[in-house]
Ligand binder design. Structure first.
Ligand SMILES: Cc1cc2nc3c(=O)[nH]c(=O)nc-3n(C[C@H](O)[C@H](O)[C@H](O)COP(=O)(O)OP(=O)(O)OC[C@H]3O[C@@H](n4cnc5c(N)ncnc54)[C@H](O)[C@@H]3O)c2cc1C
Length: 398
């Protein structure tokens, strides 16, 4: 066991230096509130650099900027994963955000005085506030049927897929029709017979291409995704559980693009095995040499050891990122945290601004209570509503 160091005292500890953690850092810095961002990766932006080589964002540069810094590219350009990673790194540098990379937080717990202790190897941080910004798309979700396939079939989850060269010769079945499944199937169809199993949760009504017209369309998409599809509207509340369980509509690559690429689509899900081969729930047996599971991710918050932090669906519970579990605990980047766009680069800035306002209130109340000049306690200021109106719990995403 590593020797424990003395605890490091911090105002606000942000766990995760992706777009969510950096946007939160930007707003804290503007308010002059002390904070530290810690991140497991070696380099800021690595999460984006490690997606498949040909990845392009589905959102154009016009809407990919975080607060205070536009994405440095033509507005209709769809950035690559590497460009997005480099942008995040440049963002942290530009605003001199204090980020400690290579620091994996293994445990967060609530300690006396409504503070939090976070442990990372031999280091201990004690913070008045903690923002969990650890990302919603990190823990692969793979159906149990994968374990029964013929061992000769090469299997990869979309998070492991980098390029077609990783696959064996022969046909491939891509399972799951969301952004990743659609993107990967189009790429693979250039070199081999490609089947795609699963239904999409709809698609964008406009073609998103590298043109000024599409850029205008995207401004509308951003408006709808941040202002219309929110927990404040009946439409948003109806949609939230579906998005949380992994059902987002197709955006850049749509069904027509799959047809044009020659992808053989089956609406049926992949649910069984026959002679070691994957079978669909309409009885079709798909004879392939490879399977790519584009079946999404599941929530991964077991290391936040604060009772009640997650709900029945595995996602944190609270209002707009203010955790209902305990005062001073917050989260960011969760699907439909407040709006459809909460999990997207074009939605996280607003969510972060809202959270930092709440943190500033808490800090002010705490200072007033300590001076004896105010009567409100920290806890009473943080006692915000504990659930969304009309929200419902769903099973974990696939
Ligand atoms: C393939 C793919 C394509 C996408 N394309 C788009 C797009 O085109 N446009 C768009 O708007 N959105 C897109 N998204 C959705 C979303 O914007 C990204 O997932 C984005 O990375 C989310 O940012 P985040 O900061 O919330 O989480 P992440 O980027 O996952 O960052 C979380 C950070 O937390 C760190 N971390 C996690 N656990 C710990 C721990 N215990 N201790 C310390 N550090 C920890 C990680 O190292 C990581 O750096 C895409 C998602 C995927 C998966």
């Amino acid at each position: 066991m590593s020797e424990q160091h003395d605890p490091e005292r911090i105002g606000t500890l942000i766990i995760g230096a992706g777009q969510s953690g950096l946007a939160a850092g930007y707003h804290l810095a503007r308010r002059g509130l002390p904070f530290l961002i810690v991140d497991a990766d070696e380099r800021i932006g690595d999460h984006w650099r490690h997606h498949w080589d040909s990845l392009r964002l589905f959102s154009p540069a016009a809407v990919d900027g975080l607060p205070g810094m536009a994405f440095p590219a033509r507005s209709a350009h769809f950035p690559t994963g590497r460009e997005m990673g480099d942008y995040l790194e440049a963002y942290a540098e530009r605003f001199a955000l204090p980020v400690e990379s290579g620091t994996i937080v293994e445990r967060v717990r609530h300690v006396e005085g409504d503070r939090y202790e976070a442990t990372a190897g031999s280091r201990r941080f004690v913070a008045d506030q903690v923002i969990v910004a650890s990302g919603a798309f990190r823990q692969p979700s793979i159906p149990a049927v994968a374990a029964s396939l013929d061992p000769a079939i090469r299997q990869l989850h979309s998070s492991e897929y980098k390029h077609p060269g990783q696959l064996r010769d022969g046909p491939v079945l891509v399972v799951g029709l969301s952004h990743s499944g659609a993107d990967i199937a189009v790429e693979l169809a250039k070199t081999r017979t490609t089947y795609l199993s699963g239904k999409s949760a709809g698609e964008l009504p406009i073609q998103v291409t590298d043109t000024p017209r599409a850029r205008f369309g995207w401004l509308i998409v951003r408006f709808v995704a941040t202002r219309v599809l929110t927990m404040a509207t009946p439409m948003g509340r109806r949609m939230a559980p579906h998005v949380r369980s992994g059902g987002a509509p197709l955006l850049r690559v749509r069904r027509k693009d799959l047809e044009r690429a020659g992808v053989i689509r089956h609406d049926a899900k992949t649910t069984g095995v026959s002679d070691g081969k994957p079978t669909l729930d309409d009885g079709t047996v798909v004879d392939v040499a490879n399977v790519v599971w584009a079946t999404g991710f599941r929530p991964d918050y077991g290391w936040v050891e604060v009772p009640g932090f997650v709900g029945d669906d595995g996602w944190p519970t609270g209002t707009r990122g203010v955790a209902s579990a305990a005062p001073g605990l917050y989260f960011l980047g969760v699907p439909f945290q407040w709006a459809f766009a909460s999990m997207n680069v074009f939605g996280v800035g607003r969510d972060a601004a809202y959270l930092i306002d709440r943190i500033a209130e808490r800090v002010r109340a705490s200072a007033a209570a300590n001076d004896g000049s105010g009567s409100r306690s920290v806890s009473s200021v943080s006692a915000l509503p504990t659930s969304y109106p009309g929200s419902s719990r769903s099973s974990g995403p696939t």
